[in-house]
Design a protein around this ligand. Structure first.
Ligand code: OOG
Ligand code: MG
Length: 265
């Protein structure tokens, strides 16, 4: 991978992103100052952030694939998938009240999540490998929150910002992959009882397991693998929906049950 940032710049940008995440304020996208930033630079900043969080006691519990559906790519104006890491501090229980006070401009996405029973290591990981290594799948809602002004970014910047990761809620009815057709699961997102988005799981790279395979292959480029026990989200099926205090969100997944939460100040 092609790095253009110096070690000092990586640390500087990591501190900038970390500050914006911790205090929930928007910053200009990083490429305004570093127009030559590459995808590899973005991952260097993200890896630095992950190491800092781990050093501060956050537990790495898994990963997420992002920008894996056309709806998401069109909404964000980016046409290459990306990955981000997930920690215990981002997890929220089903049916909980999620504060927006510590977020900049949250949006919800419905995603199929995988829990792994075997380690996976790229390169060359396939969807078939992913399915064989999967313990079970469950429905999830990711609450993304870009730290960039106006939720506008490019690929290098959003990767540095850990792919907009902020919160996530897993739940519903966990199922074994052999009991489902993971391509044809319908999903509906409701806010305060009104349907605001609909989709089907094949929107994610034809099959959500393809997104997990892609994630494992990106991890290999970063010198990392996906350990057994990881919780992995495969990417938003529909466009992301902005949420505000007072809104109740229910994501209904065919065969996998529903995941609910409410947003408060
Ligand atoms: C980047 C994160 C995308 C997904 O599921 O596609 C993502 C963003 O859109 O802010 O999490
Ligand atoms: Mg997502």
């Amino acid at each position: 991978m092609n790095l253009t940032l110096s070690r000092e710049d990586v640390v500087r940008l990591c501190e900038r992103v970390e500050g914006a995440q911790a205090r929930a304020y928007a910053i200009p996208k990083l490429t305004n100052e570093y127009p030559d930033m590459t995808i590899a630079d973005g991952y260097a900043v993200q890896s630095e952030l992950r190491k800092r969080f781990v050093a501060q006691g956050h537990k790495l519990i898994g990963w997420k694939a992002g920008l894996t559906s056309k709806a998401k790519m069109q909404q964000m104006g980016v046409d290459v998938p990306s990955i981000g890491f997930l920690t215990d501090r981002m997890a929220r229980p089903e049916n909980s009240a999620i504060s927006t006070a510590d977020l900049v401009h949250p949006r919800v996405e419905c995603e199929v999540a995988f829990v792994m029973k075997q380690d996976l290591r790229g390169p060359g990981c396939t969807a078939r490998d992913v399915l064989a290594a999967t313990d079970y799948v469950l429905p999830a809602v990711e609450i993304i929150d870009s730290r960039f002004s106006g939720f506008k970014f490019d690929l290098a910047s959003v990767i540095a910002d850990n792919a907009s990761s902020a919160r996530f809620v897993g739940g519903g009815r966990p199922r074994y992959v052999e009991d489902l057709d993971l391509r044809t699961l319908g999903v509906v997102i409701e806010i305060n009882g009104e349907i605001v988005a609909t989709g089907a799981s094949a929107a994610v790279m034809g099959h959500p397991a393809e997104a997990i395979a892609m994630l494992v292959n990106i991890l290999a480029e970063l010198g990392e693998s996906l350990p057994a026990g990881s919780f992995v989200m495969s990417g938003g099926i529909t466009e992301a929906i902005a949420v505000k205090p007072g809104e109740n969100v229910v994501a209904r997944f065919q065969d996998l049950g529903s995941v609910s939460m409410r947003f408060v100040e």
